[in-house]
Design a protein around this ligand. Structure first.
Ligand code: ZN
Length: 192
């Protein structure tokens, strides 16, 4: 699925526990990072190999980082640098697997161009695939992304935090204030 869908999924997972900003970032990134194996496309652009224009992209995307061992590596990294270490590592592992799930249900290319990936590489070359996979631009993905977007807005209004805080806490506070001015303060903020 698209990086935006993966990102919003990671954000939703990051909000299932009370986490600080750093842990929320780790969990959110875990849902996006697997697609960094698609960055081979940059090498392809530099090389401009006319025989196979997307050689590196095709060789590594959905191979290098779409496997169990990358998920474990991410979880170990969260154990090492997270604040609530075990909680962060567990949610990182979950967010990573939700990325794989999203890819396997809804990342089909044109026609019968199914996405598959070798989850157990290097121990097994078996390619996991689901034949019910819907297209990358299918309506299902629009609904999922829309729902995740709505959840992001709701969490910002309710909890007073959004992914904008990764860039600027001040901009995040302003965003939350706009929502609360528009929709009223959430119940627990009312002073009786
Ligand atoms: Zn992916």
């Amino acid at each position: 699925m698209s990086p935006i869908t993966h990102f919003l999924t990671g954000w939703a997972v990051a909000n299932t526990a009370r986490l600080g900003r750093r842990d929320r970032l780790l969990v959110t990134l875990a849902a996006v990072l697997p697609d960094a194996d698609g960055l081979g496309v940059l090498l392809d652009l530099v090389r401009r190999n006319s025989a196979n224009a997307f050689e590196y992209y095709q060789r590594f995307h959905h191979v290098l980082f779409h496997n169990l061992f990358f998920g474990i590596a991410l979880a170990i990294a969260a154990l090492a640098i997270g604040a609530r270490k075990r909680m962060a590592a567990g949610l990182v592992f979950l967010a990573f697997h939700l990325h794989l799930l999203e890819d396997i249900v809804g990342s089909r290319g044109l026609g019968d161009d199914f996405w598959s990936f070798p989850y157990l590489k290097p121990f097994s070359a078996y390619e996991f695939v689901w034949k019910g996979q819907w297209p990358l631009n299918g309506w299902q993905n629009f609904i999922i992304t829309g729902a995740l977007m709505a959840l992001m807005f709701y969490l910002a209004w309710k909890r007073g935090q959004s992914p904008i805080a990764f860039v600027s806490t001040r901009a995040d506070a302003a965003f939350v204030q706009v929502l609360r001015d528009r929709f009223g303060a959430p119940a627990e903020l009312h002073v009786s």
